[in-house]
Design a protein around this ligand. Structure first.
Ligand code: NAP
Ligand code: GDD
Length: 342
């Protein structure tokens, strides 16, 4: 029997790199990781895979239909896992067109290539709780309406519709999971969790060495998110791709925390016992008479998603999927990793 082939886009990112690790460990499939051309090397999440004979890099870009078309035609993948995106919600107001081009039109480019060259290929597109945006009820389930609040959320919602249209028009196995926030030591440094653990690790080291430091500056610390570990989610994606029928599910922890809860958990790990003072833009965290954390309105968004809390009961019942890593262990792992790498 021919070895199965999996194409993963976004392989240099958090989820793509964990997906490659997971599939190299759990299957004997050949993995193709798509990377885009960059002027400097961007492989830190996949350095450990570069000499693996079952892992091969291919060059393409979701904004370039010919590259996607060529890759699918040449590889003829059995699975196409599209984890590439302009994934930072905050930046999507500054680069709305590019965000839509990559996150929505890019998905059409993938679907067209599959339709033409590999119609039996199973396609996964990375959907997001940002599509639900200004939520009507909590916890949210798969029936919740799409109410995006950001250009990023709107692009992912458009992608969800086009995936459904291709599934129904051409009988493709094409799905878009609906995933709540997931993090890890491989998380990009501008996302709030990694920004917190990285900068608090730096502050901890500065305190120990008695050198000056800049306070950690944040925006809305009362936004609530349903945070899990990315390793748990790549397993869920793989289960979704291997069902009999192309059904779409929510993956979430079913618990929600404020950004401030995340900060407090990380401060606990670093053993920094200060106090929060004042409110609103004046709110600060003080330790030994120094400001460690302060609010900077620059990090507020033009429109905020205040609360996300997912109901993953369908994934639990039907896919037998449950997240294994708790919020507390996630924060500890990220904080420890950043401290060790200071
Ligand atoms: P990430 O770490 O930011 O990775 C994004 C990846 O996409 C990177 O490898 C990036 O390549 C690549 N990429 C960006 N633009 C591209 C383009 N034009 N062509 C080809 N590749 C491109 O994101 P992540 O956290 O792993 O998220 C994976 C997917 O899940 C994304 O679609 C994201 O929107 C979605 N999602 C994430 C979460 C979450 O909480 N993490 C939740 C719901 C949905 P470079 O390294 O070259 O920049
Ligand atoms: N990034 C960032 N930086 N966010 C901050 C800051 C800050 O300084 N201060 C407060 N926040 C708040 C944001 O306003 C938001 O409410 C929350 O922290 C989380 O922000 P991010 O970590 O940037 O993630 P996100 O929830 O906007 O988006 C992530 O999750 C989505 C799924 O819900 C990304 O991974 C998206 O790609 C993903 O789709």
């Amino acid at each position: 029997m021919m070895t199965k082939k999996v194409l993963i886009t976004g392989v240099t990112g958090q989820d793509g790199s964990y997906m490659a690790d997971f599939l190299l460990e759990e299957t004997d499939f050949q993995i193709f990781g798509m990377v885009r051309r960059t002027s400097t090397n961007n492989n830190k999440n996949i350095t450990h895979l570069l000499n693996n004979p079952r892992f091969k890099l291919v060059t393409g870009d979701l904004t370039d239909s010919q590259s996607i078309d060529n890759i699918v035609r040449e590889i003829q993948p059995d699975y196409f896992i599209n984890l590439a995106a302009q994934s930072f919600v905050g930046a999507s107001w500054q680069i709305p067109e590019q965000t839509f081009d990559i996150d929505a039109v890019g998905v059409i480019r993938c679907l067209e290539a599959i339709r033409k060259h590999a119609p039996n290929c199973r396609f996964y597109n990375a959907g997001s709780s940002e599509e639900l945006g200004n939520v009507d009820y909590s916890p949210q389930d798969e029936k919740h309406p799409l109410k995006p609040r950001s250009p990023y959320g709107a692009a992912k919602a458009a992608a969800r519709h086009i995936v459904k249209v291709y599934r129904e028009s051409y009988n493709l196995f094409a799905i878009q999971g609906l995933l709540y926030n997931h993090e890890s030591p491989r998380r990009g440094e501008e996302f709030v969790t990694r920004k917190i653990t990285k900068q608090l690790a730096q502050i901890k080291k500065s305190i120990e060495e008695n050198i000056d430091f800049k306070p950690l500056q944040l925006g809305n610390i009362y936004a609530k998110r349903d945070w899990s570990h990315a390793k748990d989610f790549v397993k869920g994606i793989w289960l979704m791709l291997n069902q009999k029928k192309p059904m779409e599910y929510i993956l979430a922890s079913g618990k929600t925390y404020t950004v401030k809860d995340f900060i407090n958990k990380s401060l606990e790990f670093f053993d920094i016992n200060g106090i929060w003072i004042k409110e609103g833009l004046e709110e600060k965290f003080i330790y030994q008479n120094k400001i460690l954390i302060e609010i900077n309105p620059e990090f507020y968004r033009p429109a905020e998603v205040d609360l996300l809390l997912g109901n993953a009961n369908n994934a639990k019942k039907i896919l037998n999927w449950t997240p294994q890593i708790s919020f507390s262990d996630l924060v500890k792992e990220m904080s420890k990793n950043d401290l060790m790498n200071m």
